[in-house]
Design a protein around this ligand. Sequence first.
Ligand SMILES: Cc1cc2nc3c(=O)[nH]c(=O)nc-3n(C[C@H](O)[C@H](O)[C@H](O)COP(=O)(O)O)c2cc1C
Length: 202
Amino acid sequence: MTITMKKPANNDHPINEFSRERWSPRAFSGNPVQTRLIASLLEAARWAPSANNEQPWRFIIGFKGDDTWDKLFDTLVGWNQQWAGDAPLLLLVVGQEHYTSNGKKNDWVAYDCGQAMAHITVEATRLGLYTHQMGGFSAEKAVELFEIPEGNKPLAVMAVGYYGNPETLPEEQKEREKASRERKELKEFVFSGKFGEPSPII
Ligand SMILES: Cc1cc2nc3c(=O)[nH]c(=O)nc-3n(C[C@H](O)[C@H](O)[C@H](O)COP(=O)(O)O)c2cc1C
């Protein structure tokens, strides 16, 4: 039986259904994800835009039960380890910090890697999968465990899988799981004229 928990955006204006449905759960089921679906997630990342088409993202992916998954799990902070243990797929995004063509510093590396990850989240939703990104991990540990060469920066870990049972979560996390999703109003971050002045179109 597939369990789902819907927490659609309470959007003020119409948006595409996958952006509306996407949210970051903590209750993952142990059900494995077919490799063809994982390939689609990575394909979505592949076609993300990037500065100079550098495609600075590199991914390290681990499947529950394998050595890579164990190492990725090891990098997570305690709070994230409390819930991510059932996720069948863990994925680390690493950004190459210099342009391949000329060796110059790429100021958009995190921006571009974030776009690739965002594409994964939307594709995952299309496939009935859930994603939860984590900044709460040790980049130093990742560098050490995966022998990541200098000039490549571990940026975030993502848990991917099917929805599980929220009742299995520790109390505090259970509450967060059930809480409504909140966002700023458009007028708080869309400006015209000068910074801080809400755009008249809002
Ligand atoms: C870069 C980044 C880092 C995050 N780090 C964590 C984390 O370490 N632990 C966690 O539980 N959630 C983490 N999150 C998830 C956010 O808390 C979540 O996306 C946000 O609250 C909005 O909720 P939603 O994704 O369900 O809309 C992170 C998200 C992003 C994009």
